[in-house]
Design a binder for this molecule. Sequence first.
Ligand SMILES: [Zn+2]
Length: 94
Amino acid sequence: MSAAGDAAAWDCEAYGPEIAGIGAVCFRAGELGKRVCAGPGECHIAMTAERQRVYARISELAAEGRPDFEYLAETFGRPGQLLGGEDDEPPAGQ
Ligand SMILES: [Zn+2]
């Protein structure tokens, strides 16, 4: 990778290097090749909030009995497992 300080030297938490390789560098930008976060720290804070929001929405729709969201709720037991989160531990009791 290039020198520290290069805007392209870190990967968005939601995407990681593989998806960044096709131009998706920032989850928040909503546009290929654009970045909203100023750095990995800001990206982490933003994505932590985003995971909570998405998780809450999945739980809400699963509670309404929507099968797709019931499946997602089972697959992603915790917010940290969504969007490139590092919470890879299997749910307790498994
Ligand atoms: Zn980001």
